[in-house]
Ligand binder design. Structure first.
Ligand SMILES: Nc1ncnc2c1ncn2[C@@H]1O[C@H](COP(=O)(O)OP(=O)(O)OP(=O)(O)O)[C@@H](O)[C@H]1O
Length: 294
């Protein structure tokens, strides 16, 4: 783990969400530190996406609070994005008829502060802002492994590339925290491994990441910390080793003994390093420029 500070970047305290008579979340607590990758796992209907919705202002928790760097987050998704929390969704939500670059620019515009006069007359500061945003978005496309595809319509990109494009759009908002809801759903093993490498590279930028995934091999081989939600409550949390060996997790979720889970993770790690593609490797040398914020 590469956490660099003791103060959590994101802290959810006693987050509770009730829909009518259904308690989807009950007193969920998490602490996420800079550069940490936290995995959120649990059976279908456990409340994982509801929790993301509470973290991003899409839902206002019935009880509890969410703080980013000590400040309570607003109950408004756009303001949460500006505050520094970005996300991707379980189902791809790109603008299909826009190009890859335009999709990323949509994310970037949340960071731009063009005054109405400059925007109206397309003055020099507007043009510079647009040029800088374009440069940054091209860097991000490169970072996620989509260089050269900026003019492709999003709908024409292969599935794995669309998922990467969503991540580039989220990164364009300069987040401190990135929430990924099932980023590898529907991916083949090569695409899954490329996604794992990309998330590790994102962590190297100092961004904290929370990942929801059903693929436990992926989670256990990627994350520093894993939290298990069952029926809206945090059942177990800890290191991947602790979580995958916990009898409650095995009974409620994994359904197989720890040795079998360990063997699967080991096989996956060996397979992954053998299959590691060159798609994501160059990313480390092309990190987005920290000074590029508008
Ligand atoms: N807007 C809503 N209104 C009513 N009930 C909801 C709403 N959103 C979620 N729920 C319910 O809350 C519970 C948790 O759902 P949620 O989608 O968060 O689970 P999940 O762990 O993400 O599941 P999956 O792994 O299948 O995506 C479910 O019973 C769901 O039906």
């Amino acid at each position: 783990m590469t956490a660099t500070s003791n103060a959590p970047v994101l802290a959810a305290s006693n987050v509770t969400m009730v829909f009518g008579g259904l308690t989807a979340l009950k007193d969920v607590n998490i602490e996420l530190h800079e550069g940490q990758i936290l995995g959120l796992i649990g059976p279908n209907g456990a409340g994982k996406t509801t929790f993301f919705n509470c973290l991003t202002g899409l839902y206002t928790p019935t009880r509890g609070s969410v703080r980013l760097k000590g400040r309570t987050l607003p109950s408004d998704p756009a303001q949460v994005t500006v505050a520094g929390v970005a996300r991707t969704f379980q189902n791809i939500r790109l603008f299909p008829s826009m190009t890859a670059l335009e999709n990323v620019l949509v994310g970037r515009h949340s960071r731009m502060k063009q005054g109405p006069i400059a925007s109206l007359f397309h003055g020099p500061s507007f043009k510079k802002g647009e040029a800088d945003a374009r440069t940054r978005c091209l860097e991000l496309l490169d970072f996620v492994g989509l260089s050269g595809l900026d003019d492709e319509l999003a709908r024409n990109l292969p599935y794995g590339d669309q998922r990467r494009l969503e991540i580039a759009r989220a990164l364009a908002t300069d987040p401190a925290v990135l929430l990924l809801d099932e980023p590898t759903a529907g991916m083949n093993p090569q695409e899954t491994e490329a996604a794992r490498q990309l998330i590790l590279s994102i962590r190297e930028l100092g961004i904290a990441v929370v990942v929801i995934e059903h693929d436990t091999k992926f989670i256990f081989s990627l994350c520093d910390h894993v939290s298990v939600l069952v029926q809206g409550e945090l059942l177990v949390e800890g290191s991947p080793e602790v979580v995958r060996g916990d009898p409650r997790v095995i009974e409620a979720y994994l359904g197989k003994p720890p040795e079998e889970v360990q063997a699967e993770v080991d096989a996956y790690a060996a397979e992954s390093s053998a299959e590691r593609t060159s798609i994501i490797e160059p990313i480390r040398d092309r990190r987005p420029n920290e000074g590029g914020q508008q």
